[in-house]
Design a protein around this ligand. Structure first.
Ligand SMILES: Cc1cc2nc3c(=O)[nH]c(=O)nc-3n(C[C@H](O)[C@H](O)[C@H](O)COP(=O)(O)O)c2cc1C
Length: 200
């Protein structure tokens, strides 16, 4: 079975430079053998997560997001850098999820307005790690000068995006299978973090 990769595009802007980055990531993940789906938060917005509204979890858009995340073996997250952080829309996406991300693998990409992208990339990695997800120790960021008419043209950045996307296809099934195997072993320290998500 081809590894399932969910590309999460974390901008609410319809004419975003993230679209070009997502297309390059998608092509590279497919070329490596991934079964790729893209989730664009501009096309599929979520309400702000509210713990005071128990009906929210049953909203079709929330159910769809949780199902898509549960199905995926791995993720490529693309965030715009907002105030030295990931976008609020992407953080809100994380707030609806936890178990769907545990034992999964992710690569992270950022698009900035001039910054290096490290802070927004780290914020995404932090959130994913705190959901017990594993992240690739390599990433890519694109600045405005790397684009022409919203198309990414900087070959060095394109190559980094391709490496990240290819690695997600490569490592996601290994991490998920290993985690699932340990998870079935029960809540014993010998099963590591996966044991904390023991079945049954
Ligand atoms: C609310 C907001 C905050 C931003 N903060 C930063 C920032 O801290 N660092 C930076 O380099 N760019 C910042 N930018 C610029 C965005 O990173 C940039 O416009 C975006 O990633 C590029 O995607 P776009 O094509 O959707 O605009 C900010 C933009 C907005 C709207």
């Amino acid at each position: 079975m081809a590894p399932k990769v969910l590309i999460v595009q974390g901008s609410t802007a319809h004419r975003s430079r993230l679209a070009s980055v997502a297309a390059i990531a998608s092509e590279a993940a497919e070329a490596t053998g991934g079964d790729v789906r893209t989730w664009d938060l501009a096309d599929s917005p979520l309400p702000v997560m509210s713990l005071s509204d128990p009906r929210q979890r049953r909203l079709p858009e929330v159910v769809a997001v949780r199902e898509a995340a549960a199905e995926a073996d791995g993720f490529v997250f693309i965030t715009p850098e907002y105030h030295g952080n990931m976008s609020g829309a992407l953080k809100n996406w994380f707030d609806f999820l936890y178990l769907e991300l545990a034992g999964k693998f992710a690569g992270v990409l950022a698009v900035t307005g001039g910054g290096g992208g490290d802070m927004s990339i780290l914020s995404v990695k932090n959130s994913f790690n705190w959901c017990h997800g594993f992240t690739l120790p390599f990433h890519a960021a694109a600045r405005p000068e790397d684009f022409e008419d919203n198309e990414l043209v900087n070959q060095r950045v394109i190559e980094r995006i391709r490496r990240v996307s290819s690695d997600v296809v490569r490592y996601a099934p290994l991490i998920r299978n290993t985690f699932e195997e340990a998870r079935t072993g029960g809540d014993d320290w010998r099963n590591g973090v996966a044991g904390m998500h023991a079945k049954g």
